[in-house]
Design a protein around this ligand. Structure first.
Ligand code: SF4
Ligand code: SF4
Length: 377
């Protein structure tokens, strides 16, 4: 058996659903595209991922010959109703950016070790454009919504690429958009207009981006501030957004399939409440929040902010006491978004709470949010 076949067999045995191989040639069109949209992508271009470097693998690893791309099916099991619509399925599946000591991270590490034991040098910390690599390796096609779709699975997948110095057997590329030509379901459904053209999305308007990338001192040109027009459209999403994938005809087979339950998720979902996320105890954070949403957020206050936005968008007066409690939180950010959420619910009780809090508020942003709500009511 050739090394390429051996690698593919091993990947399938590990639990990956598709494995393809392409050359380690660069992605010049991607570099041009990313540079032409610096206004939208400066945060990514200048991040530790260094995507412009990764798009030209041989510039940092001259010996690079091949990219092995694997697809993990994140939707083999069903997702609890209580978490769907709040946490993106990819995050619930716990396969994305997973540390090595957890099962999906261990799988990636086992693949890397197999490649090394097979005599390959494997690049470290080199981030190639993964969806493009997968299409060039013949294991996905594109959707107009910018997601990669694997045949027979759909777009709820994780794509991982390994760059190696071995010459391998290359697969036929499938670099095409395979959507029904007239379909616009994802554009029509995107609440914020983040999807604005086939294969083009403005991440700054994307709900997913706003749930986890908007943190202070995290990315170049990005802060924790979420503009009110985006907040209103975030619905009850607190980590990710699946809307443009949920409406997609290419995902319906999987979305409607009767799949087995995941026992861990079922357990986590039992006591998962937005109000608990808002007034977040260390215990709930460690036991329920971190196991699912470990990827980007390291500070409780951003989950609390997201929960406040979600509760505001629910507009349910039942949550006024929880939001009033959040107005006492030590973090100004939490108080600010709790004020906004109370404003979305409205009424005389809300007004009284906000007036009482304004008198003692010391945080300038929280003060402004309270004043904005009071001025609007
Ligand atoms: S993830 Fe949500 S907000 Fe982002 S492009 Fe898709 S539908 Fe729009
Ligand atoms: S919703 Fe339609 S246009 Fe959008 S990705 Fe799916 S098939 Fe393509």
């Amino acid at each position: 058996m050739s090394l390429s076949e051996n690698i593919k067999d091993f990947g399938l045995d590990l639990g990956y659903s598709k494995i393809g191989i392409t050359t380690a040639d660069g992605f010049p069109d991607y570099i041009v595209e990313l540079n032409s949209r610096r206004d939208m992508y400066a945060w990514y271009i200048e991040s530790a991922f260094q995507p412009l470097t990764g798009a030209d693998p041989k510039s940092v690893m001259p010996s690079a010959k091949s990219i092995i791309v694997v697809v993990y099916d994140a939707f083999k099991e069903s997702f609890p109703e209580k978490l769907v619509g709040k946490i993106g399925r990819l995050y619930q599946s716990r396969c994305y950016l997973t540390p090595r000591h957890r099962i999906n991270g261990a799988r990636r590490q086992l693949m890397r070790e197999f490649l090394e034991k097979s005599g390959c040098q494997v690049a470290q910390r080199l981030v190639v454009p993964e969806r493009l690599s997968a299409a060039r390796a013949g294991i996905v096609t594109y959707g107009k919504n910018t997601f990669a779709f694997a045949e027979g699975i759909g777009s709820f997948i994780l794509v991982t690429a390994f760059i190696v110095d071995a010459e391998l057997e290359y697969d036929e590329p499938t670099m095409e958009v395979k959507c029904p030509p007239k379909c616009t379901a994802c554009f029509d459904a995107c609440p914020t207009g983040a999807l604005y053209e086939s294969l083009k999305m403005d991440p700054r308007r994307c709900i997913a981006f706003n749930t986890f990338m908007t943190q202070d001192d995290y990315l170049v040109g990005v802060t924790s501030y979420i503009p009110p027009d985006i907040r209103e459209k975030m619905g009850i999403w607190i980590h990710g957004c699946d809307i443009c994938q949920e409406v997609c005809p290419r995902n319906q087979k999987r979305l409607k399939a009767k799949l087995p339950q995941n026992e861990f998720l079922t357990k986590v979902a039992q006591d998962f409440e937005l109000a608990k996320l808002l007034n977040l105890s260390d215990e709930f954070y460690i036991e329920r929040v971190q196991p699912l949403m470990y990827n980007y957020i390291r500070d409780k206050k951003y989950f609390q902010r997201n929960a406040a936005i979600a509760l505001g968008n629910m507009g349910d007066p039942t949550f006024i006491p929880d939001l009033a409690q959040a107005m006492q939180d030590p973090e100004g950010l939490v108080r600010a978004y709790a004020a906004w959420a109370l404003g979305k619910i409205g009424g005389s009780q809300v007004r009284q709470i906000l007036e009482a809090n304004l008198a003692r508020e010391t945080d300038e942003f929280a003060k402004r949010e309270i004043q904005d709500v009071l001025a609007a009511t």
